[in-house]
Write a protein that binds this ligand. Structure first.
Ligand code: ASP
Length: 323
């Protein structure tokens, strides 16, 4: 008891003298603080083109970066032809489609859902967690119940195509993520609105044929996505276990805070993974944007591409890679 009392006394004294000045100050933005007055959207993989278009439409109409991010990735979630996000996502090894998603706004708020079943738009459930609950993350049955209670409809997510692919997989049951093949193609999207504010969203069905209950990096704030509106944002795709172990998106934003360009920060994020893992057969790709509207992209292996909507053009670009 006396220990507890002296601890409280000590921590009270410490708090009284506490300085909230940051140890590492965000480096001042060198360029125009609102570099892209028409907005900027960047997102992972080919499905990013359609997501960017939708996000950019919202920004063009004066919408916020967070609305743009949510509405953009909803396009990918609703596309049943894509087998790595939302409806049509490849199931786990037991045949269940389980979805992960998160969102961050420009004020540092975050919402997330993981291991969610039967709901078409996990990113919007994550948004609701962010906006309407005292929490950041809901998982599994709790997330599902929260979604149903809030008007999201129960939806069958396993399409005949994905069911067929899973049944085919069951014959060999070999679990092997394949580099750049659609068994792991999350959409991570970063948006900058006309005010220069940054937000982001990330949504996935995760690795195909994963163990039931497996959650990757995508819904984890700081791993699959991180936004700090003072500095910039970052998002990840690829083998989530590698991103989780290094908390990649948070790392990239912190490196940018210390003065790294988005490109340098993405490269360091990849290097950090490679120095601790044998990445011969494993892919991770990062995207980043800073307050100056500079973007970065880098992957372990060639083949990672991204969609960039800037200056009225929406185009696919091949990311540079370490190998
Ligand atoms: N990062 C996702 C996961 O591990 C998959 C991907 O982006 O390819 O669940």
């Amino acid at each position: 008891m006396s220990n507890r009392r002296s601890f409280l006394k000590r921590s009270g004294a410490a708090l009284a003298g506490l300085s909230l000045a940051p140890l590492v100050k965000a480096q001042p933005v060198k360029k125009d603080p609102i570099p892209y007055k028409k907005g900027l959207v960047i997102s992972t993989w080919w499905h990013g083109l359609a997501a960017n278009d939708e996000a950019h439409k919202i920004i063009a109409n004066g919408g916020t970066a967070v609305d743009a991010a949510e509405m953009g990735v909803r396009i990918t979630e609703a596309d049943a032809t894509g087998q790595s996000v939302g409806v049509g996502g490849l199931p786990d090894r037991d045949g269940n489609v389980t979805l992960d998603a998160c969102i961050m706004d420009s004020k540092g708020n975050a919402g997330s859902v993981c291991f969610l079943q039967d709901i078409l738009h996990p990113v919007s459930v994550a948004r609701k967690v962010m906006d309407d609950t005292p929490h950041v993350m809901l998982a599994g049955e709790g997330a599902r119940r929260f979604a149903l209670d809030n008007g999201f409809e129960k939806t069958k997510l396993l399409t005949p195509e994905s069911e067929k692919a899973w049944k085919e997989w069951l014959k060999e049951k070999e679990y092997k993520p394949i580099i750049n093949i659609e068994n792991h193609d999350t959409i991570g999207l970063l948006s900058m609105d006309k005010a220069g504010d940054i937000a982001g969203a990330c949504t996935t069905s995760g690795l195909a044929y994963k163990m039931h209950g497996r959650v990757g990096d995508s819904p984890i704030i700081g791993a699959g996505l991180f936004v700090d509106n003072e500095v910039g944002g970052a998002t990840a795709t690829g083998l989530g276990e590698l991103v989780l172990r290094t908390l990649g998106s948070f790392l990239i934003v912190e490196l940018m805070r210390q003065g790294a360009s988005p490109q340098e920060a993405c490269e360091e994020g990849v290097r950090r993974i490679a120095e601790r893992n044998n990445v011969k057969d494993m892919q991770v790709g990062y995207l980043a944007v800073n307050k100056a509207g500079e973007v970065g992209a880098y992957a372990i292996h060639p083949g990672f591409n991204y969609a960039l909507h800037r200056d009225g053009h929406n185009e696919m670009i091949d990311a540079k890679s370490m190998l």
